[in-house]
Design a protein. Structure first.
Length: 123
């Protein structure tokens, strides 16, 4: 597993939103989708409010890689499903970073959304 360098990790984690473009089977990138991103420990995470049925999430499953851009950083990444043991830290990070959006945060922290949690690993 590749690791983020400290500068990129901090810049992406501080960004309000992240643009994520997954790769199609032919290697081209889909149109980017804007979403929230959080840091837990030394990892970055996203998840789908629509859970595993969300269109952008389904797009990440074909090649499990793509590109993200946030905080002035653009990186090619691998999408790894988070382990259930990571969910509590990710939930806490969402509450801390986006807690001012109370009604939205509660939709992001459902069990359906939780099981779609992806760890973003640089490639």
């Amino acid at each position: 597993m590749a690791e983020w360098n400290d500068a990129d990790l901090e810049k992406i984690a501080a960004a309000e939103e992240l643009d994520l473009a997954s790769e199609r089977d032919n290697g081209t990138l889909r149109d980017p989708v804007t979403m929230w991103v959080v840091r837990s420990g030394d990892s970055l995470y996203v998840h789908s409010v629509k859970g595993t049925d969300g269109p952008w999430y389904r797009g990440t499953r074909s090649r499990r890689q793509g590109r993200v851009e946030a905080g002035g950083v653009r990186r090619d990444v691998t999408f790894r499903p988070a382990d259930p043991g990571e969910y509590a830290g990710v939930d806490a990070a969402y509450r801390e970073k986006y807690g001012r959006h109370t009604s939205i945060v509660e939709h992001v922290l459902t069990e359906a959304a939780r099981v779609s949690t992806l760890r973003l690993e640089p490639r």
